[in-house]
Design a protein around this ligand. Structure first.
Ligand SMILES: [Zn+2]
Length: 141
């Protein structure tokens, strides 16, 4: 897959799953790491694509629109889920931003809590955090 380069980030093999997104510089707490990029698609198209692929790089903007980071995306499309993440997503004016939750040192893998995704509810989480909930999707109340 071809993807755009983002300053301070690199795609490398991950201990969590497949490839991950790694910091190659320090990101300080509450500062922007990067913006998600990809093809804008409808919710219905996101459902269709998520059934066909093993690696999902689809990120919802709202209940109508999503970005598919496998087309025109950047290193943030490789950010893995963790139940104890060092970053979070903030959606503002149709832009999906990744923000540091804590100071992130160079060479650390960037992770976020995906919350609820197009993955099946049975997809296991391998984040190794002490508080790991066991699945990628957060159970719905
Ligand atoms: Zn976990």
């Amino acid at each position: 897959m071809k993807f755009k380069l983002v300053e301070g980030l690199e795609v490398r093999p991950s201990g969590i799953e497949g490839k991950g997104c790694f910091a190659v510089k320090v990101f300080t707490r509450r500062h922007k790491i990067a913006e998600y990029a990809g093809e804008i698609i409808t919710d219905a198209e996101a459902v269709v694509r998520s059934r066909r692929r093993r690696h999902l790089r689809i990120c919802a903007i709202d209940s109508h629109w999503s970005l598919d980071g496998s087309i025109g995306g950047n290193a943030t499309a490789f950010i893995n889920h963790s139940c104890e993440p060092n970053a979070f997503m903030r959606i503002t004016h149709n832009h999906i931003l990744f923000i540091a939750r804590c100071d992130i040192q160079a060479e650390s893998e960037i992770t976020v809590d995906y919350g609820y995704t197009y993955h099946s509810d049975s997809k296991r989480c391998h984040c190794k955090a002490a508080t790991c909930r066991g699945t990628i999707n957060r159970p719905q109340d």
